[in-house]
Write a protein that binds this ligand. Structure first.
Ligand SMILES: Cc1ncc(COP(=O)(O)O)c(C=O)c1O
Length: 366
């Protein structure tokens, strides 16, 4: 029998747990556009309580969660200040520009995934100058994907929140993987989001739900986000079937899916530690693996792209999937369904893929 597929392309590939599937089948339903789906109402109340915000909104995706948040915060012609490779500007089909009518002023991330607070200060426009867009929102991404999933701590978020407040604009946190940050930092989501006016987080990634994200914030903000969701066609009907697994994911303790993210972090760290020892892998400092992302390069700076493709093909033939990532990198993401023993198999395949890559391209990967 062929080995089971180990899909490390993303934590979005997770399937719901058996308990989630049962809960979906048995969920009590209503019509959520009429606001009478009890399962959705319960999930939104739980999310608001957990994050310490007034209200919450269930949306189909993280992308829509960010987009409705931007629509609720930013008027046409406004400008968002955000990290240069944040998902909001890099990976969401320019929704900020196309739908919201907002420009983006971007600041590169430092190694720890943060933007320099001084640069955030400097990014604000002069509201008295009619040439300039109006600074309207600051966004953070936590965990920060392109810096290998670095968690941003509460002190940093508070510092950025204070800058935003001083300049009279709100702070939105794209917290697609905020619970990975919570677990990595040993804190609570309330603490991490205390300085944020709004946040979105995904149920469909490491928390293993099949679909869905949540937006949290003040009641009046959530009302505007709800209108924006309707405008985008995101008003859903008997959507308690999708909210039911979210209630399991967000439970406290071992009955929920938050605590177990620590296993994914351990698996990612061990994968990185052993990968970094292999000839042909470079650009990987395992001490930077703090959550569930492992980013690395294959071959050398000169030969990397061809070797990366050959490496990924060889792994795929072995039933292991990783994915190309910007700047010539490979990404492997650990998640529910990938066990510690699977990491051994991944490492064995990486070793033989690297050997094959060197042979086939006639270049040493040593
Ligand atoms: C940081 C971040 N924000 C938002 C999203 C969007 O989530 P979705 O794929 O559910 O639209 C992702 C997806 O990978 C993400 O990594």
């Amino acid at each position: 029998m062929p080995d089971r597929l180990l899909d490390l392309r993303s934590d979005t590939v997770t399937h719901p747990t058996p308990e989630m599937r049962r809960a979906m089948a048995e969920a009590e339903l209503g019509d959520d556009v009429f606001r009478d789906d009890p399962t959705v109402i319960e999930l939104e109340e739980r999310a608001a309580e957990l994050t310490g915000k007034e209200a919450a909104l269930f949306v189909p995706s993280g992308t829509m969660g960010n987009l409705v948040s931007l629509m609720a915060h930013v008027a046409r012609g406004g400008e968002i200040i955000t990290e240069a490779e944040s998902h909001i500007v890099y990976d969401e089909a320019a929704g900020h520009a196309v739908v919201v009518g907002a420009s983006a002023r971007t600041i590169p991330a430092r190694d720890d995934g943060t933007m320099d607070p001084g640069a955030i200060h400097a990014a604000f426009r002069d509201p008295a100058d009619p040439h300039e867009p109006l600074s309207a929102l600051v966004c953070l991404e936590n965990t920060h994907g392109h810096s290998m999933g670095q968690p941003l701590d509460a002190a940093y978020t508070a510092e950025v929140g204070a800058i935003a407040r001083e300049r009279g604009v709100p702070l939105h946190v794209d917290g697609a993987r905020i619970f990975n940050a919570v677990v990595a930092l040993g804190t609570t989501v309330r603490e991490l989001l205390a300085a944020a006016d709004s946040a979105s987080f995904c149920l469909s990634k490491g928390l293993a739900c099949p679909v869905g994200s949540i937006v949290v914030g003040r009641r009046e903000f959530i009302w505007r986000a709800r209108r924006a969701r309707k405008l985008l066609g995101g008003g859903m009907r008997q959507v308690g079937v999708l909210a039911a697994p979210g209630l399991i994911a967000l439970r406290d303790g071992p009955r929920g899916m938050i605590e177990r993210l620590a296993e994914d972090h351990l698996n990612a760290r061990r994968l990185a530690e052993e990968l970094s020892q292999l000839p042909g892998i470079y650009g990987l400092d395992p001490s930077r693996v703090r959550t569930n992302f492992v980013l690395f390069r294959v071959g050398s700076a000169q030969t990397g792209t061809a070797q990366r493709a050959a490496f990924l093909d060889a792994l795929a033939r072995d039933g292991i999937l990783m994915v190309e990532y910007p700047h010539g990198q490979v990404r492997a993401v650990t998640h529910y369904g990938i066990e510690a023993a699977d990491i051994d198999r991944v490492l064995r395949s990486c070793r033989s893929a690297l050997a094959g890559v060197g042979d086939r391209l006639g270049a040493s990967v040593a």
